[in-house]
Ligand binder design. Structure first.
Ligand code: F6P
Length: 320
């Protein structure tokens, strides 16, 4: 294999740049050429692509975001859009493609491979961490650390004013960030889409804590579990506590990646290039129990990764 493309797609995640760097440098190390595709599948369709050299990825390992830019492409979901992308595969003589992104991007990659046969390897990168086949997706560790840092700061002001705080974190369909940040941040309660919750019970717990002399409370809510604003309003109404809501939002998607995310991204990006060199057709790379692994992309897409409920329960127990 002589020439491959690389793109970042979906919501950006800290560490994507480290993954791009690894793909470009590992490929060049093996004498291959790399074409950088801008703005995810949109740039693929429009031919917004250019050769990448060693210097193209200099000084980016520490930067958040993605130098290739990212997009959620509606056009690539259509056969016409994918046909245009195929024309660019031909125009740029691509023999393989590395897609750095999340589930939606991987589904697009799988369809494209099925229709046109281009070898694809997917690298999991999403702060949501909801990709089957890998314990960690690139960006998750950074996002959790960002959320914990925010919770620490909120705790200071919550204590000073004896307030209850709702901290809404990202996680459209899953509570991975909420559970990790809630446990590490010492939250009183964690609300996630995977687990039903009873607001009355949560209010009783808050009142119990108050009677025991607790001066403040922090409740972490995954966005998929309900609106933080609405939950805050109801808690205030039911307990009478001075309740404030902080929505962390896209803050969690930016920032310099942690060392863990940079190392993970470097390993996954390099393995993706190796897989293409070895003749992989449609794969995903991941980390399982500390080891870098690969699996069939369609297996990863067919299965659902579930949040660690033991960790969730532990957080609940430790917050009595
Ligand atoms: O990338 C995942 C994610 O951050 C989700 O947690 C969130 O719901 C969504 O992306 C937001 O996407 P957008 O930036 O496109 O609004």
């Amino acid at each position: 294999m002589q020439r491959i493309g690389v793109l970042t797609s979906g919501g950006d995640a800290p560490g994507m740049n480290a993954a791009i760097r690894a793909v470009v440098r590992k490929a060049i190390y093996h004498g291959m050429e790399v074409i950088g595709i801008k703005r995810g599948f949109n740039g693929f369709i429009e031919g917004d692509m250019e050769p990448m050299r060693l210097g193209s990825v200099a000084d980016i390992i520490q930067r958040g975001g993605t130098i290739l830019h990212a997009a959620r492409s509606e056009q690539f979901k259509t056969p016409e859009g994918r046909a245009k992308a195929w024309e660019n595969v031909d125009r740029f003589s691509l023999e393989g493609l590395v897609i750095i992104g999340g589930n939606g991007s991987f589904a697009g990659a799988s369809t494209f491979h099925r229709e046109y046969g281009l070898p694809v390897v997917c690298v999991p990168a999403t702060i949501d961490n909801d990709i089957y086949g890998t314990d960690y997706a690139i960006g998750f560790d950074t996002a959790v650390n960002t959320a914990v840092d925010a919770i620490n700061k909120i705790r200071d002001t919550a204590t000073s004013h004896e307030r209850t705080f709702i901290v809404e974190v990202m996680g459209r369909d899953t509570g991975f960030i909420a559970v990790a940040a809630g446990l590490a941040g010492g939250a009183e309660s964690i609300l996630i889409p995977e687990q039903p919750y009873d607001l009355d019970e949560i209010c009783h717990k808050l009142l119990r804590g108050y009677r025991r002399g607790k001066l403040h409370s922090i409740i972490v809510v995954a966005e998929g579990a309900g609106s933080g604003l609405e939950i805050g309003r109801q808690i205030k109404e039911r307990t009478g506590f001075d309740t404030k809501v902080t929505i962390l939002g896209h803050l969690q998607r930016g920032g310099t990646p942690t060392a863990f995310d940079r190392i993970l991204a470097s390993q996954l990006g390099a393995r993706a290039v190796d897989l293409l060199r070895q003749g992989a057709r449609c794969k995903m790379v991941g980390m399982q129990a500390g080891k870098i692994v690969d699996l069939e992309l369609d297996e990863a897409l067919a299965k659902r990764k579930t949040v660690d409920l033991e960790l969730y329960r532990l957080a609940e127990i430790l917050a009595i």
